[in-house]
Design a protein around this ligand. Structure first.
Ligand code: IPE
Ligand code: IPE
Ligand code: MG
Length: 232
């Protein structure tokens, strides 16, 4: 095994390239999403193996509603089926599953299964596996500001600590490393507040081809980073 001295506590992944993976094979885009699930499985396994404490997987953005209705529905169907089928297995592996985003806008059947898996795994102490579904970094900040105003906070009480407290999952540490597949080099509204000092790793591998070896490459690259947080 590689000599890994610094292991990130929290890794975020922008799982991109499903559509292109399918198009390359002359298949409809949904085949890419289906294959992407296998990459999710491999990544969760790798995260457990390398002792990552938090893994956040960007699964559906608030902008992804712009896609054709059939594709959106298929993505929700895939999430529902897989959470239903994998809930017990995740639980057996001591994985705590959580969700990040505007859950209340999702289809009721999906919400039900999300609540079920979250509840089933809530006492687990292993990997914190967070699925960002209907998540947008900007709207997360908007939602935080709304809550703060509703609760009547005064101007002098507003600071970074307070805003952070009203984000969706305030107890989750900021991501140390954000991986994006498919060759795009942008954040696409993922964890805007939390990524202020994250390290980024971009790979041209399409998400359905992502595996333990690619995950390890990102970890190895992370070893070379010198995090300064504004200091010297
Ligand atoms: C990522 O793959 C999956 C989601 C955004 C849900 P894409 O569907 O964005 O794949 P490309 O970018 O079109 O290849
Ligand atoms: C980001 O991928 C969202 C997810 C991975 C869920 P997109 O494919 O939606 O991002 P853009 O549109 O290329 O920026
Ligand atoms: Mg994409």
């Amino acid at each position: 095994m590689e000599n890994l001295k610094v292991i990130p506590i929290h890794i975020g992944v922008i799982m991109d390239g499903n559509g292109r993976w399918a198009e390359k094979r002359n298949l409809p885009r949904i085949f890419g999403h289906k294959e992407g699930i296998e990459a999710v499985r491999r990544t969760v396994k790798a995260a457990v193996k390398y002792n990552i404490k938090y893994l956040t997987l960007y699964s559906f953005s608030t902008e992804n509603w712009k896609r054709p209705k059939e594709e959106v529905e298929f993505l929700f169907y895939l999430m529902e089926e897989n959470l239903k089928n994998e809930g017990e297995e995740l639980n057996k592996n001591n994985i705590k599953v959580r969700f990040l985003g505007r859950k209340w806008e999702l289809p009721v059947n999906l919400i039900k299964i999300m609540d079920y898996v979250e509840n089933l795994t809530k006492e687990n102490t292993g990997l914190n596996l967070i699925f960002a579904i209907n998540y947008g970094g900007r709207v997360e900040i908007v939602d935080a500001v709304k809550k703060i105003i509703k609760l009547g906070y005064k101007e002098e009480e507003i600071d970074e600590t307070l805003i952070k407290k009203f984000l969706y999952l305030p107890d989750v540490p900021e991501p140390d490393l954000i991986i994006r597949t498919s060759g795009e080099k942008r954040i696409s509204n993922f964890l805007l507040w939390q990524s202020a000092y994250s390290e980024f790793y971009f790979t041209s591998v399409l998400w359905p081809d992502f595996d333990e070896n690619e995950f390890l490459k990102a970890l190895v690259d992370y070893q070379k980073r010198k995090r300064k947080f504004g200091g010297i």
